[in-house]
Design a protein around this ligand. Structure first.
Ligand SMILES: [Zn+2]
Length: 146
């Protein structure tokens, strides 16, 4: 199998059996957003303890790329401290699935969960760290993902 085939298999597999899929009833922050171009719609719930993402789940519906990237992203974020989560880049997610050269129209599918995660994080930080400059930067970054 070529690399492209392996990545394709991974995407199909994640979309059928998403990782970290479900709801966290006992969450500290939750955020929702959608990508109307494709119909992807994702919620992310996070539990935060000692400045770390102690648990994270997502739910919603989306195309295979959206579901695969949400799975990969939640795997990357789980257990990380908030500074590390702040620095997760789109390439961290795209490279896991060989999607670096995705067409512009599908990029929104791939990055929806990252956008939701960044917004969730800044809304958490905004509530817990008043006057923190990082929050505005993070908000801007989340907005610029699209
Ligand atoms: Zn999509």
């Amino acid at each position: 199998m070529s690399n492209a085939d392996i990545y394709h298999e991974m995407i199909i597999d994640y979309s059928r059996n998403p990782v970290n899929y479900g709801k966290l009833e006992d969450h500290d922050v939750t955020y929702h957003d959608s990508n109307p171009l494709c119909g992807d719609s994702i919620d992310i719930d996070m539990k935060i303890d000692d400045n770390k993402v102690s648990d994270i789940k997502f739910h919603g519906k989306g195309c295979a790329i959206c579901m695969a990237c949400s799975s990969v992203l939640t795997e990357i974020a789980k257990g990380k401290d908030l500074d590390e989560v702040k620095n997760i880049s789109k390439n961290d997610v795209l490279s896991e699935l060989g999607l670096e050269n995705l067409q512009a129209v599908r990029i929104k599918c791939a990055l929806l969960s990252l956008k939701v995660l960044k917004y969730a994080l800044y809304s958490y930080l905004g509530k817990h760290l008043e006057g923190d400059q990082d929050v505005d930067k993070l908000k801007e970054e989340a907005a610029n993902l699209y």
